[in-house]
Ligand binder design. Structure first.
Ligand code: ATP
Length: 265
């Protein structure tokens, strides 16, 4: 579904990404790991059109997307969450999802029909609310639909953020460190939740995460970056055994513990 070919990004003298080729298959979870500064977020910025490629190409379902502005790429089916939760804290949980639904391709609601309360506008609004509630139910926070988003617990805010991304009906969902700041219990719940997303919503997932247990538990495929270069990619069992990963990612015994038996890194 997503194919990067020889993608490089340079910032002045710094090579943030160097000749990266990788693919994400539909309905799978592909994780990107690597030390701080390895280029993971830059990779997301490249895919979403926020960062311009110095060279290389990116295709989504066979269509070239690099060089297009971020909103055009988003409309082709790529949604993203960020390291820091980004919600409209002072509006309801339900409204957060409704606002995201408006960004979906093909949704154009005229102001006049809405102001005049025409049946077409009311019908569309009812359908949108029903869909938003279904989505909140699917991510497990429907009982909180009327609360202000900022009053949700931290892990529920993460769920809402993912619900907002899903409301745009993406083919591909990019999750940037969704477990950041979570305790082990919250991380375990999030892990189960993310693992279900491909089958529940038909999305492929590209995941950046430092929590190794989560990555190794739920990924179909893992790519390891170091200094902007891909050092290895493969199934979690292969990556976890790779001596270069053990050396580069964390080093020595700490790495074996983190990548092997599942102690959180
Ligand atoms: P972390 O795990 O800490 O989030 P990362 O793997 O996501 O790290 P990036 O944020 O992609 O790493 O950064 C890769 C390199 O590119 C770093 O050296 C960073 O300082 C640099 N970099 C990222 N964005 C820019 C920018 N807009 N201008 C200049 N340098 C940048």
């Amino acid at each position: 579904m997503l194919r990067l070919l020889n993608v490089s990004i340079r910032y002045g003298g710094l090579q943030a990404l160097s000749d990266i080729s990788m693919e994400v298959d539909a309905g799978t979870i592909h994780s990107v790991i690597g030390p701080n500064g390895a280029g993971k977020t830059t990779l997301f910025n490249a895919i979403t059109g926020v960062a311009r490629l110095s060279s290389g190409t990116i295709h989504l379902d066979g269509s070239r997307i690099d060089g297009q502005p971020p909103h055009v790429i988003a409309r082709q089916g790529i949604a993203r969450t960020f390291q820091n939760v980004r919600l409209f804290g002072s509006v309801s949980v339900l409204d957060n999802v409704l606002i995201a639904e408006e960004a979906r391709p093909g949704v154009v609601r005229g102001l006049l029909p809405t102001l005049l309360c025409l049946p077409s506008a009311l019908g569309a609004e009812r359908t949108a609310r029903e869909e938003a509630l279904r989505l909140l139910d699917a991510v497990g926070i429907a009982p909180h639909a009327q609360r202000l988003a900022r009053t949700l617990s931290y892990d529920d805010q993460r769920r809402l953020e993912i619900a907002r991304a899903l409301a745009t009906r993406p083919k591909l969902l990019l999750l940037d460190e969704p477990a950041a700041g979570m305790n082990p219990q919250e991380t375990a719940r999030l892990s189960d939740f993310i693992a279900e997303l491909p089958s529940k919503f038909g999305v492929g997932i590209l995941l950046i995460e430092h929590q190794m247990r989560l990555v190794m538990d739920i990924s179909n495929y893992v790519t390891v970056l170091e200094y902007g270069r891909k050092i290895v990619s493969g199934e979690p069992s292969e990556v976890r055994q790779n001596p270069e990963v053990l050396r580069a990612y964390l080093g020595g015994r700490t790495a074996e513990r983190a990548l092997g038996t599942g102690t959180h890194a």
